[in-house]
Design a protein around this ligand. Structure first.
Ligand code: NAD
Ligand code: TYD
Length: 352
């Protein structure tokens, strides 16, 4: 094996796509997936590659210093790609503390372990921190987030991610730990947990349940196909400049209501329902507290330096995503049973 790479959060949505890409594309890399398997982590997402010789899984909670240090003692990592996080804004509004423990403290535990393992200078090593555009706050009707946009996080989730980004940069400046950060817009695609907008709406449309659109539905997100995010991570990991930040986004801005309408209309067709039937399920519900109005990313630095480009349009991506969820009802059934149901009820009862 030419390199041993730690990927944290590899049984979650983006992490499982990234692990699959890295395990297949780099057979000479040992890929170690460390994940605590919270409600959002599902090893079933990795069934395509989990027997591969260059892949191994370690159940590790990054809040646990001893477990993180033992992991770094067991493997001599050449690189870390850190995705493990609490990732859902509504959960962060309900209980922020877990976000601080995993996203901030967990990240610092990994930084400390990398620093101890690599020593000063750490030639040839890289700590890659995967972050979000939400650290930049909320845009008005115009403009884009670029790498120099001042941080202005406005939810407990984005505040915890912003804090972790600051720690990563502080370790670069203070200890010369080789780091790189990327801040990406909203991802979508297969294996996304149905607490997020797209899989939640697809599942509810399929089951003819109401579609809870927050506020006026005019909030804007910049949607990126998860595979395009993973390609960007691969390119930044291999070609990004140490100490730099790269914004990743699809230039695919859509209002939430436009996305929900598109899902309804595609599913009218795919489920043989009369045209317009699914839109009748739309229910406007109480807005999310502190709901960020608009995110939009300027990814020209990444495109210019590394030649990355998104390859999947929203129209194509929505079709692919819907087809995957329709073909994988068993995955959805397992995910929506048990713990998730309790969460769903807490979040939505009394809202309509
Ligand atoms: P996810 O919630 O689907 O997966 C998170 C994974 O982290 C899960 O497998 C979970 O088990 C694991 N995890 C949580 N707490 C842990 C802990 N204490 N120790 C070890 N593992 C733990 O999240 P995702 O959507 O795949 O996001 C992955 C990363 O990408 C996150 O850092 C997120 O902030 C970032 N990001 C996500 C998006 C998006 O649209 N989903 C956009 C930009 C950036
Ligand atoms: P989400 O998928 O939670 O991602 P984020 O909050 O990180 O952008 O939500 C995307 C948008 O959809 C956001 O503006 C909130 C909105 N939304 C709804 O209107 N209804 C819902 O049930 C959910 C989960 C989200």
């Amino acid at each position: 094996m030419s390199k041993t790479i730690l990927i944290t959060g590899g049984a979650g949505f983006i992490g499982s796509h990234l692990i699959e890409l890295m395990v297949r594309k780099y057979p000479d890399y040992r890929i170690v997936n460390a994940d605590a398997l919270t409600y959002a982590g599902n090893l079933e997402n990795l069934s395509g590659i989990d027997k591969a010789e260059n892949y191994s899984f370690e159940k590790v909670d990054i809040q646990d210093v001893a477990a993180v240090n033992a992991l770094f003692d067991k493997y001599a990592f050449d690189g870390v790609i850190h995705l493990a996080a609490e990732s859902h804004v509504d959960r962060s509004i309900e209980s922020p503390t877990e976000f601080i423990l995993t996203n901030v403290l967990g990240t610092v535990n990994l930084l400390n372990a990398a620093r101890n393992s690599w020593g000063e200078g750490a030639e040839g090593k890289l700590f890659y921190h995967v972050s979000t555009d939400e650290v930049y706050g909320s845009l008005g009707d115009t403009g884009y987030f670029h790498e120099e946009t001042p941080y202005d996080p406005r939810s407990p989730y984005s505040a915890s991610k912003a804090s972790s980004d600051h720690f990563v940069r502080a370790y670069y400046h203070t200890y010369k730990l080789p780091v790189v950060i990327s801040n990406c817009s909203n991802n979508y695609g297969p294996y996304q947990f149905p607490e997020k907008l797209l899989p939640l709406m697809i599942n509810n449309i399929k089951n003819q349940q109401s579609l809870p659109v927050y506020g006026d539905g005019q909030n804007v997100r910049d949607w990126l196909w998860v595979g395009d995010h993973c390609t960007a991570i691969d390119q930044i990991f291999h070609g990004g400049r140490v100490g730099e930040t790269y914004n990743i986004g699809g230039h695919n801005e859509r209002k939430n209501l436009e996305i929900v309408h598109a899902l309804c209309d595609i599913l009218d067709r795919k489920l043989d329902r009369p045209e317009g039937k699914n839109r009748e399920l739309i229910t406007f519900v109480t807005d999310r507290k502190g709901h960020d109005r608009r995110y939009a990313i300027d990814s020209s630095k990444l495109q210019g330096e590394l030649g990355w480009k998104p390859t999947v349009s929203v129209e194509e991506g929505l079709e692919k995503t819907i087809d995957w969820y329709l073909a994988n009802q068993e995955w959805m059934d397992r995910v929506t049973s048990g713990a998730y149901q309790g969460y769903y009820e807490r979040m939505y009862s009394g809202r309509e």
